[in-house]
Write a new protein. Structure first.
Length: 570
């Protein structure tokens, strides 16, 4: 070994080998226990009511009339800064900070008490990496019954960036373990001999499988053909990794058992959340690349979505539509655009249709759906499919939004294109609950009037109160409309031919009040909080977040911000 390197190949006695084994097991246990302790702390903080202090909570009348303290303003700014996206792959700054801190902790456990023993360090890297795999498999469980979701209150979609970053950390430790072991074999001139041993072959197999998982998870690969290049290989390789590790070393088996339990539970939970085959109706929207999918009831016919007597979903959640229950077949996430049935008022057992609006792309699922009317020759019930869900973070915040009153702050919903499938049912549910548009703002950017027709019809049909909706047609047309196309019941459609400046849209919501740092009393028509929900293309959400952020960082506004993001798949 190079003397500049503080680790050496050492010869150990039997007692020292036992001590090394004890140290490996102890540090592996510490590493395995670490995420459990972290979840317990988060759960305890949530129970104490402080973890989500900036989430949507009712505000008292007195709090609305008092300006925030300097400490509150600084807390809002820090929270906003932590929530800002840092990379497209791992999301917010807080994800990166937690990832770096956790990686440093695992590295500390690896280096702690390793002395100058090269092989002890090498074994620790592999042992600690494998000890993290049960938690990694647990984070992959999509069901709300996932212990990680239960402890954190976060949905699978929100946890996904942590899952991806956590996987990269594990891969880095496993790579260091493999490289150091290969270096040891080369230095000791036993490489050819050891490559003929089963433990080494299986270890290299497990490492190659993990490399395959990492390559398939790369953004460029994942987004090129999600189901073919990522999801299907992910399911298969995750299953193959377990027997390879199980037979590689006996000390990994206790972790493999846990991985297998999570793997089986995830499959069983998703199967349990999948409906029986449903004859549904797919209708193409003329002049667009949109289609409407209507999944028929009755209410008890779709167990995952509708329970007997009570709605099984809240506005803003999504489902997976799939041709088969087989994981080898493609599936697509689609937001439920229809409102949950008001069964208490409508009798409790009448049929309830589930409506979905989708954009037909070249993907395997949407292409198959779009071809069904032609292939079957049927206008109605022309697509037989399975529905899995519902899923989504909306289950945690929408009920609170619906319970909040007008005095609890303003609500701003912004959609781009088909992103209206997320915001529109939430908006209509708010109107149905409040019977008023006071402090509720809805803005929709859409390319053409034809693309918007399904939504305009839904707004005018489902709304139980006057609307406060601004729809901007962003695609240039020969008409070059600059005036309002319609103002029916508060629904305003503008033919801009481009997307208006986001600053004007945001300031229209924030302008009724003065800055949060103003020392005098807040105006009577002010709101102490603004809840922002957005779903649309990245360019739109970036512009929206930038303008909203100015009011937080400059004026100290209390803003709760949620951005619905698709494209990451199941």
């Amino acid at each position: 070994m190079n003397r500049a390197i503080p680790y050496h190949f050492v010869t150990l006695t039997a007692i020292q080998l036992d001590e090394r084994r004890t140290s490996l097991d102890r540090h592996g246990f510490y590493a395995w226990l670490s995420p459990i302790v972290l979840l317990a702390i988060v759960f305890a903080i949530r129970l104490a009511g402080t973890f989500y202090k900036d989430r949507i909570v009712p505000l008292s009348k007195d709090s609305l009339e008092q300006p925030p303290s300097t400490l509150q303003v600084q807390q809002r700014r820090i929270a906003w800064w932590l929530d800002q996206p840092m990379t497209s792959e791992f999301g917010a700054r807080k994800v990166h900070i937690l990832g770096v801190a956790y990686a440093c902790w695992l590295l500390f456990l690896t280096l702690r008490q390793s002395g100058d023993d090269y092989l002890h360090l090498t074994k620790l890297l592999g042992h600690i990496a494998v000890s993290q795999l049960p938690f990694q498999y647990m984070m992959a469980i999509k069901s709300p019954r996932n212990p990680v979701q239960f402890a954190t209150g976060l949905s699978h979609e929100t946890l996904n960036p942590y899952h991806r970053l956590f996987g990269r950390i594990i891969h880095l430790f496993l790579a260091a373990h493999a490289v150091l072991y290969m270096n040891f074999f080369v230095m000791e001139k036993i490489l050819s001999q050891r490559l003929r041993n089963w433990d080494v072959c299986l270890g290299l197999t497990a490492f190659c499988i993990f490399n395959g998982l990492a390559i398939a998870a790369l953004p460029t690969v994942r987004r090129a053909a999600y189901h073919k290049h990522f999801y299907r290989p992910h399911v298969v390789l995750s299953g193959l990794l377990m027997p390879a590790l199980f037979m590689h070393v006996s000390t990994a088996r206790k972790y493999v058992y846990q991985m297998a339990a999570c793997y089986i539970f995830n499959g069983a939970a998703r199967s349990n959340s999948t409906s029986v085959p449903i004859a549904s109706t797919l209708s193409l929207i003329c002049g667009t690349n949109l289609a409407k999918l209507q999944i028929t009831g009755p209410a008890w016919g779709v167990p995952p979505l509708l329970g007997a007597g009570t709605p099984g979903w809240v506005p803003g959640q999504h489902v997976y539509v799939k041709r088969s229950i087989s994981p080898a077949m493609p599936r697509s996430p689609l937001t439920v655009v229809s409102l949950p049935p008001r069964e208490a008022q409508d009798g409790g057992d009448e049929s309830s249709n589930i409506d979905l609006v989708l954009r037909v792309t070249n993907g395997p699922m949407t292409s198959w759906l779009a071809a069904q009317p032609t292939e079957t020759g049927l206008v109605a019930q022309n697509a037989k499919l399975f529905v899995e869900g519902p899923y989504g973070q909306a289950r945690t915040y929408v009920p609170t939004l619906l319970r909040a009153g007008e005095s609890d702050g303003a609500i701003m919903l912004v959609a781009g294109g088909v992103g209206a499938t997320f915001t529109m049912p939430i908006y209509l549910s708010l109107l149905a609950t409040r019977k008023s548009t006071q402090n509720i703002y809805y803005t929709w950017f859409v390319k053409s009037l034809r693309d918007a027709e399904w939504g305009l019809e839904m707004l005018l049909t489902a709304a139980v109160a006057e609307l406060n909706v601004a729809v901007y047609i962003t695609k240039p047309s020969a008409e070059k409309l600059r005036e309002t196309v319609t103002t029916k019941r508060g629904l305003r459609v503008f033919g801009y031919g481009r997307r208006p400046e986001m600053k004007a849209v945001v300031d229209d919501v924030f302008s009724p009040t003065r800055g949060a740092l103003e020392k005098s009393s807040i105006a009577k028509n002010s709101v102490a909080k603004v809840s922002v929900l957005a779903c649309g293309p990245p360019s739109m959400t970036r512009a929206l977040r930038k303008e909203v952020g100015k009011h937080v960082m400059r004026d100290g506004w209390h803003v709760w911000y949620h951005e619905e993001v698709f494209g990451l798949g199941p």
